[in-house]
Design a protein around this ligand. Sequence first.
Ligand code: EPZ
Length: 424
Amino acid sequence: MIEKIKVYGKQKANGKVHISGAKNAALPLLAAALLSSDGMRLKNVPPLTDVTTMLALLENLGITYQVFKDSHYANSIKLKTDALENFTAPYEIVKKMRASALVLGPLLSRLGRCRVSLPGGCAIGVRPIDLHLKGMEALGATIELRDGYVHASAPEGLRGAEFTFPIVTVTGTENVVMAAVLANGTTVLKNAAREPEVVDLANCLNKMGANISGHGTETVVIHGVTSLRSTEHTVVPDRIEAGTYAIAAGITNGRIDLLGGDFRKLLPSFLDKMELAGLSFSSIDNGLRVESSGKILPIDVDTEPFPGYPTDLQAQCMAMLCLADGKSNIRENIWENRFMHVAELMRMGADISVAGTHAQVRGVKHLTAAPVMATDLRASFSLILAALAADGDTVIDRVYHLDRGYCCVKEKFADCGIAIERIK
Ligand code: EPZ
């Protein structure tokens, strides 16, 4: 398997990037296919290994599907869902991707029972699903944890209820919404996640015949219906991919046109923070132009649930702030261990100190190429960004992390005049 990426230093971005469909929308949308026996067609699906993993999980449950390549950065997927044969999400698949837990709600709704492996932890934290399970119990499910699996059942079906999430959880909100759409009665979810990917899922479910309102706000109301029908849905653009390439323009003192979405709406806090850091944005046909001012200014960033600054853009921003004219502060308020990229950036000459979930970044004049290792999905791209600005050519190992959430990086960068190579 090609495990490494070689990034040539001192490059300047100048071009355009077609933004793919959002990984974090495609995954719950694929799970939602389980809710109807009439099938589903998804468009603008990104060709990512996490999508492949979710499709393997659905196939294990009895779903069959066809993939149609619409472009090098987007697929359409036609799913046939009338013959569910199994209700188990096995550890072998779930351990690869925590989002596998998203089949819990749909299977409980469709079959009245399911057996889902508890997710292993992962690099950025323990990542429990206790709030998913509390939400299912509020809807009347019986939940038992045994031999590393969640055994959930609702033989008489689920019933609507009121449930308040103690903390905002994106897939927790998505899972409980998918459990509530076929429940008997009305469900009111409070302190729900407001991410665009949650909204995209609710919009798709409503097209399937669900009755959901309030999505995108902190209170979501679901009136249960008796069944859902097939639909065709186009996955919302990936705001995290868009933000990642915007930072590529910033760190290389360049300019990139982000094509394929309304990124002002999808990235409100991020764009405000990037403007303070010295980037400028202007609307263009079908996207947003990002231009560097030639300087990177120090800023303070606190990651928050949407519409706050996205945690999934924290590592990328840190890479750019390593070269700012001054001292920046980053507080990671969502995940307890999402600074693994710090040690790798410091190997490249960054000056960062970490205390708990607070990182202080003191800007330096230069970064220098060094052999580094990707530790998780977003960290892998932060190392690429640092390497683009560094003196010398950097080799990044364990690049399989990258392929989970970013497709066609070499080709997309080539459209911006940036060269990277995949090497053995
Ligand atoms: C989603 O993960 C995203 N993944 C993550 O993106 C993203 O970082 C995260 O939301 C926050 O925005 C997908 O949508 C597939 P959470 P999710 O539940 O839903 C705690 C990426 O890089 N928590 O919102 O798993 C949890 O430990 C990935 O694309 C509980 O304690 O995150 C965390 O501290 C990484 N109990 C916080 O809540 C629960 O039952 C937020 O987690 C659930 C969550």
